[in-house]
Design a protein. Structure first.
Length: 439
């Protein structure tokens, strides 16, 4: 019997919740909200660094997630948020500087983002027509594990800087911020292990609330740190249209930004492999659909002023800790994100979450991403007594952890890009002429 295109969920209330299962409606919305919290920091940070409107990025992250759900038939659990891989190329193409306010050449960036989405869409169509096996030969488990591990490690400095309170005018951070971050980390761990019933399923959300309360009491009440500023909430409107922007298609910008599609291929492949390892399911047949969904979503986002999007590792970390992989969660999360895009007041409330609290959450989530690499290697029995595998992974992890950047003309690869291409190229270079299949 042929498989239905769209998943049909069955309700399950306990244990591991697989993609074709779902929690009752109330818990589904609650866990979906947790995924919004998990993606929020990075999805907002990336557009801010590129001079984009973060509310527009949040809105299109919801639209992108729904597009991905439809294209994959609801069989691949994933949230699509702002991709950090676009930051370097976008800044280079537009001549902007990091965190310099609104990007005056945002139209050029959007045209390039659409070009990257078109290239990824084309790759997805090719994979759907020819099969996914060649992608796996190019990027076998030892490589995908290395890429996933590098993605987790390259994000580590972002988490540590946020947890330490490091930012403009404060290069050393503060002890107060570090203690708040550590309290948040401990809160997440305690909720994940000891919370009763459904509450154990939402440790990230509960940890965020606990960290927020502790910060408020310590800073706003006791005066130990910078107080949370609630003035933006009062000034913001309850409802309002996102500030959409139109793309401008210029060849130089498109050439600079379009190659980011290759990084998105690696991120999608790593996501598919990681979720497959977590669920014990072979999701490889949906790889072409995943590329296609991400490509279309990136084009739609770029058409209205949003960032390029990718399958989000932050939400993969949430799935790892909750063991809830239901794709129904991501419909709830996407709809919440879309509502946020239309509500400047709610967006202002989320923006009051202190940096150290987000940093503490990031330490947990980014660490879980890196740890997933180990699961990929174990599940696929990667042989690390083989020097080829050992060196390939070692180099990829250090390139990612050190955020090694490489300039190629006007195109700059950051740590994720150099780790991705370095891992792939080094693996095949070391295995040149080797006939037997290797892992």
């Amino acid at each position: 019997m042929a498989e239905r295109y769209f998943v049909v969920w069955t309700v399950k209330r306990e244990g591991v919740i697989l993609p074709e299962e779902r929690l009752p409606t109330g818990p589904t919305i609650l866990v979906g909200l947790q995924h919004v919290v998990a993606m929020f920091g990075a999805t907002v940070l990336a557009p801010i660094l590129m001079g984009f409107d973060p509310n527009v990025a949040i809105f299109f992250s919801g639209i992108a997630t729904l597009i991905f759900f439809v294209v994959t038939g609801g069989r691949v659990p994933s949230y699509l948020g702002s991709s950090f891989a676009f930051i370097g190329p976008v800044l280079a193409a537009t001549g902007a500087t990091v965190a310099a306010g609104a990007n005056p050449n945002i139209g050029l960036a959007l045209g390039g983002i659409i070009a990257a989405g078109a290239l990824l869409t084309l790759i997805g169509l090719i994979v759907m027509a020819t099969g996914h096996q060649w992608v796996e030969r190019v990027m076998p488990p030892v490589v995908t594990g290395g890429i996933v591990g590098a993605i987790g490690l390259v994000l580590a400095p972002i988490a540590i800087n946020s947890a330490s309170g490091i930012g403009p005018g404060n290069a050393d951070g503060s002890a107060f911020a570090r203690w708040i971050a550590l309290i948040t980390v401990v809160a997440v761990g305690l909720f994940a292990v000891y919370a009763p019933g459904i509450w154990r399923r939402i440790p990230i959300l509960l940890g965020a609330i606990a960290g927020y309360i502790v910060y408020y009491v310590a800073a706003n009440v006791m005066g130990y740190g910078p107080a949370i500023d609630f003035s933006r909430i009062g000034a913001a409107a309850w409802l309002g249209l996102p500030n959409f922007a139109a793309p401008v298609f210029e060849s130089r910008a498109m050439v600079l930004i379009a190659p980011v599609a290759i990084v998105l291929v690696a991120e999608n492949l790593g996501h598919i492999k990681a979720i497959g390892a977590m669920t014990g399911r072979n999701l490889d047949p949906y790889l072409g659909r995943a590329f296609l969904g991400d490509g279309i979503a990136t084009m739609v986002s770029g058409s209205g002023g949003g960032t390029g999007v990718t399958t989000y590792a932050e939400n993969m970390g949430v799935m790892a800790i909750t063991r809830i992989y239901s794709t129904a969660l991501f419909i709830a999360a996407a709809l919440i994100a879309i509502l946020l895009g239309f509500s400047p007041k709610f967006g202002a409330l989320i923006l009051t979450i202190p940096g150290p609290v987000l940093g503490g959450l990031s330490i947990v989530v980014f660490g879980l991403i890196a740890a997933t690499a180990g699961r990929i290697w174990v599940e696929n029995r990667v042989d690390f007594s083989d020097a080829r595998n050992l060196i390939t992974v070692a180099v990829a992890l250090v390139l990612g952890a050190g955020n090694f950047k490489l300039s190629l003309g006007g195109f700059t690869l950051d740590g994720i890009g150099t780790a991705t291409f370095g891992c792939i190229i080094l693996y095949h270079l070391l295995n040149a002429g080797r006939r037997e299949d290797v892992i």
